[in-house]
Design a protein around this ligand. Sequence first.
Ligand code: DQQ
Length: 485
Amino acid sequence: MSDRHRPRYHFMPPANWMNDPNGLIQWQGTYHLFYQHNPAAAKWGQIHWGHATSSDLVYWKHEPIALAPTPGGPDQSGVWSGSAVNWEGQPTLVYTARDGEREAVCLALSDDRMQDWKKFPGNPVIPEPPQGLDLWGFRDPYVWNHHGQWMMVIGSGFRGEGGAVLLYSSPNMTDWTYLGPLLTGDNRQEEWAWTGEMWECPNFFHLTSAQGGGWLLMVSAMSIKPRSSLYTVCFTGDFDGKRFTPHRAARMDGGDLYFYAPQAFLDEWGRRIVFGWSREARSEESQLAAGWAGVMTLPRLLELDPDGLLLQRPVPEVEKLRGAAVKGGEMLLEPSEESVTPIQLGNIPGDSLEMEVVFDRKTGGAAEDSFGLLVRRSPDGEEQTEIRIRPSAAVLEVDTRRSSLSQDVDAKVFSIPLTSAHGDHLHMRVFIDCSIIEVFVDDTAVITARVYPSRSDSLGAAFFAHGSPARVARLRAWSMKSIYE
Ligand code: DQQ
């Protein structure tokens, strides 16, 4: 395929539209990734569940479409997001059935091969939201087994109040009892981030750590008017079997709506792994012309550090894609507004690589001081994407305002706090795959961004420092193999 912006080592369907990851599960060793899919066009529409399998979370095999809307059925307008569980030894999908504006919870079952899904004859298992509540939305069931009892969280919002996650339980997977809201947002608070009016795609799970761990609630916060996806919010706290008491809340990815509707699952090794959906940042017209839209992020391993801070890093399997490598030693970056320090990438293509850079950690300084990396850079710097650290504000930023000369793209400065300040060094990993860039700093600050350079020579990389000197302790870069060849 000749489309320069089409990623080569991130999961995508063969063609057309993809949004949320769904039904993530490892079954008898095989990873299954389902996803929201419009097989008819590269735009959102009549949503099906696409399906792919993998033995290593890196290389994927496309499988037949798993679920399609049934004419006249409760899902006739779309098979929306949901999760997968092992229900008495049988692979079971728990999904949102859309009929017009109505949303209900349905099940689909298969044998171990997961090639032929049958909708449960007793569908819908939850036909409507609880009575007497004034809600925005009722969708995206996420199910787990809690001490022998089935539990489910559903995304919603209380009108005039804020987003909400509704908690249900069931002894048998088919009869569900509403237990009350697991957590409700407050649409007036903006102390650290506004959490919108509705919460989509809740995920709720315990993350174990050496210190015992904690419960995590991930929600995709949405504004109703204007209708827009905001970002994924992650709460960490305690769960007593009925109520969740959050102690900490943070945006999970500074790329905001470009890392949305993530789903986490536990693999057979006990690892909690999350995939997010990265939507396109170019016009619908360009997406239709390209014939594809939507990319899965790299699978990320979730862990808690000793202070209860969420750690996110790509699963180690991703390293098998590394090819040609370059290394660089210590380097002092003199501050300059005009000149940059080019990075010699040799044979490594500047649009398909991983970079690992260790910088000396800096704190404080003047407000305008910054340092970092320029990637997808044309030789004259006309196009470039700036990945910068601003020590005074203690933030990581990805600036896409000069990423493309095209006016067709959403370009802005993405920002996320640097929450971990341990040690003398700051550890940055950058994954570039054509139009998707994922930046991880100290495994705690993450930004996913989309870029569409218009120049075919926007393939360079360089270091920069503004305001005061910075120091690179070490650099390594690898070309990344395509998963599609
Ligand atoms: N996408 C699905 C919904 C979900 C939203 C529809 C989040 O189930 O709430 O495609 O992106």
